[in-house]
Design a protein around this ligand. Structure first.
Ligand code: AMP
Length: 185
């Protein structure tokens, strides 16, 4: 089962994705975390990605899709796959569909978590990651609006694929909403 956790920066998709993967025994891929690890380890990808991530822009579709392809081949991901922060562009969504199609698979559900934008800014500023300063946050919201939000129209072409849930509650309450959304599939 392939599940996409979708939403603007700060909606809690990383927290929910990690929790869901752990409790279900699924593989969890956060492309943001994979890139932060690559940057810390100063790999070739890390060197290419550092400035882009610091500025809140998007790393190229080719780089992130390569990470996804390699990760999905790992045994842990056979039981189930949680994608967190990928796809973020139409190009990535198309690439993902191709990768899955080659394995006879497809996306089972897109869990779209929504939270009021002002709450999001406050959450991100409180989180204090390196790319959580005001300027980068603004850039990441603009990227989300322009490049990532259009994916909702892309996935809406498949009936009942998108499950939208309210992310404005405590972690366990949101988790139960996620679980209901996925179980409905
Ligand atoms: P995240 O941890 O999902 O908030 O991602 C942190 C940063 O990593 C983003 O602001 C981007 O610079 C980069 N990034 C993560 N996922 C992707 C992706 N799917 N495509 C391009 N860039 C990404």
């Amino acid at each position: 089962m392939i599940i996409i956790f979708f939403g603007a920066p700060g909606v809690g998709k990383g927290t929910q994705a990690a929790l869901f993967a752990e409790r279900m025994g699924f593989g969890h891929l956060s492309t943001g975390e994979a890139l932060r690890n690559a940057i810390a380890a100063q790999t070739d990808i890390g060197k290419l990605a550092k400035q882009i991530v610091d500025e809140g822009k998007l790393v190229s579709d080719d780089i992130v899709t390569k990470i996804v392809e390699e990760t999905l081949a790992q045994p842990k991901f056979q039981a189930g796959t949680i994608l967190d922060g990928y796809p973020r562009t139409i190009g990535q969504a198309t690439a993902l569909a191709d990768i899955l199609h080659a394995k006879g698979q497809s996306v089972a559900v897109v869990v779209n978590i929504t939270v009021d934008q002002e709450t999001l800014v406050q959450r991100l500023l409180a989180r204090g990651r390196k790319d959580d300063n005001e300027e980068t946050i603004r850039a990441r919201f603009a990227v989300y609006e322009n490049e990532t939000a259009p994916l909702l129209d892309f996935y809406a072409k498949t009936p009942n694929l998108i499950k939208t849930i309210d992310g404005e509650a405590d972690v366990e309450t949101v988790y139960s909403r996620v679980k209901i959304a996925v179980e409905g599939k």
